[in-house]
Structures are given as structure tokens and as C-alpha cells.
Design a protein around this ligand. Sequence first.
Ligand code: AMP
Length: 392
Amino acid sequence: METSVLVINCGSSSIKYALVPKDPSRPRLSGLAERLGNGDARLKGTDSHGESFEQALAGADHARALEAILERLEGRLPVAVGHRIVHGGERFTRAALIDDEVVAAIEQTVALAPLHNPANLTGLAATRRLFPDLPQVAVFDTAFHQSLPPRAYRYALPESLYREHGIRRYGFHGTSHAYVSRRADALSGLEGGGWLTAHLGNGCSACAVWKGQSLDTSMGLTPLEGLVMGTRSGDVDPGLHAHLSRQLGWSLERIDEVLNRESGLLGLSGLTNDMRELEAAEADGHPGATLAIEVFCYRIAKSLAALSCALPRLDGLAFTGGIGENSSLVRERVTALLPHFGLQLNRTVNSETIRGKEGRIDAGGRQLWVIPTDEEGQIATETRQRLEEAAA
Ligand code: AMP
């Protein structure tokens, strides 16, 4: 019997999918429908033999793209659909079995994630229409961080902004931090250890995890807070918005655009948001690239040091995400900035640990791990757990 879960991650013009079998030795089918709504919309993916395919979907909307995805599942009808939903507000502390009431509650969080939740809801509605008989589960990026204590999630703002408008720190990348910290527990044999996890990709965040629970994280009300990212600024002075408005006459939309799309590694380097290109440019003596990598690493180390205050005991650090998994240079520079953590990097093993490879990279002292994240696998696992609980 087929026991795979179809994991769907819906953006405003894209759908990422993965058919995740319960048995990890069976192949996953995965792919991406992109540029939906445009003449050059297309579906790209990999079949069960590892062969890649690409199919034109001119003018397709989300519903049509889902039908095309269904045809690519090679007749393997999933047992359930797991949806990645960016924001679950305070209502969702774990994955939820989707019904009309849950959909209405997700709609109420749209104000907190105006860019992401509407797209997630579009995908949810189209998938429910296509698979009316399949159970569907919502897995939230924010849910893992609902264990944060008030001292970590409250901003020092008037209480009414929290009570009446939900203005607080929520944190994101929860699925990734949950997966990586659980994996660190399992690999180290320290069930319930104290971990700092660094998810470093195009978006970047760090998290303090104790006994499997998130106690603090670097992202906040929105995914803009915290670390320097590919094109996002991360933390800036909260007075910056007023300053730019008064001095340069910038609108809020312009400020939002600059902080989200023109800043971070791209803004600092004046070159690119791609860490591979920055490393090559630094080696060629590009001063902007050098500065971008230096600020990026320093801010990660500073954030990890701050987050360590949340932990009763620090057992180690785990790196993940495109940069965390691949860039031995970033891992080396970040650990070098934390000598007081008692970290000793094994430089040889570090330089050999690249994408897809799980490994321990310390030479004694506190543990250092590279753990490739598996958000799709984690969404499938949480979907199964939720269904099992519902059936019990
Ligand atoms: P993600 O969003 O997790 O896919 O990560 C994207 C980031 O990972 C981009 O900044 C890439 O430049 C970076 N990345 C991917 N491969 C490498 C690599 N071999 N070395 C350094 N950075 C990499």
C-alpha cells in the first residue's frame, strides 16, 4: 500500500512539491512549478529513476499546476497532504488537521504574513478541491517557536500592541530548526541536549533549543529580524525607518523593499547575494565581498552568543541551509569568533564536509555538527504524527 505524504509549499507564483515515502530507502519524487500565471509557466522535477523533466504549463494557475503535479506522481496516490504554512500566529502550536475552521483561523493570520499566508491559502484551497477525500495537515513555520517564554517573545512596546494586534516575536524556519535539533540529539546520543542551530540559506536564522524545545530565535514578528541574509538586512536600528522617511522622503513601501530585497549580502557587497560568488570574489580581492562575508559571520557569531543566554547548558552548534551545509569558510570564521564557547574546529573534516553530508566537525570541546536540513521530510513526519493522533 502507498504510504507517501505529498508535501506542498505554495508561493504566490510557484508550488514546490515532494512525495515523501515513509520508508526512506524509497525514492522521493519532487519538483517545482514556477512562474504560474505567466506565459512561460513550467513544471520541473525528478522522477523515481532520478531523471529530471521539464514541462511547459503556459498560463497555468495553481489548480492547473497541481493537476500536472498529480500526473507526475507515477500513479502513487499519497495517503495525506502536508502543507507548509508560514504563519500560524499564537493559535497554532503544532501541526493541525485541516478543516474549514482551521482554514478560517489561518485566514485570520494573513495580517501577520501578508506576503506568504495568502499564497499558502491559495494552494490549500486548490489541493482540497483536487483531493477532496485525502486528509490534509497544515505545518507551520512558526509553531516550533511557540515554546518561547514571554521574556524572549515580547518586544518592549506598549502592551496593547501585543494584546490587541499580536505584535510579538514569532520566529520562522521552525521546521528546519526542529529537524536539525532532533537530529543533533539523535546523532550525539544526548537526548534533550542544549543546541544552537544556525539555518544559513537565502534566509538565515538561529535558534536556541533545550530538550527539544525552542527557547529563543533570531527572527521576530517578520522574517526580517536577526541575521544578515541574502538580500535582507536583518537587525537595523528601529529608528532607521523614521530617519529614511524624514531625510530622504522614502515611503514605507520603498523602505520595506530596500530592507527586504536590496540589502544583506547583496547590499553590503554591491555584487551578489550568492555566497559562492562572494567567496570567489573575496579570493580575487573584491573589498565589498570581503566586507559582506565579514559582517555576515560576525552577526551570526554575535547572535549565537546572545542566544546562548537562553540555554541552561550548551552542548554544541549545528549548521544547516545552503551556506551552513556547504561553506566551510563561513563555518570556520563563525567558530573562530566564539573562542569563549570552547569550540575546536577540525579544519580538515570541516573542509571536506559539503552539501548532503551529515558530519561532526569538531576536534573535541563542544560539539560542532553539519546537518543537512530536511524540511520536506519533517513536514511529512509531522503530518503522519498528526493523523496517527487523530486516529487514536
Ligand atoms: P538555500 O536557500 O538553503 O538554498 O541556500 C542558498 C545559499 O547557499 C546561497 O547563498 C548559495 O550561494 C549558498 N551555497 C550553495 N552552495 C554553496 C557552496 N558550495 N559554497 C558556499 N555557498 C553555497
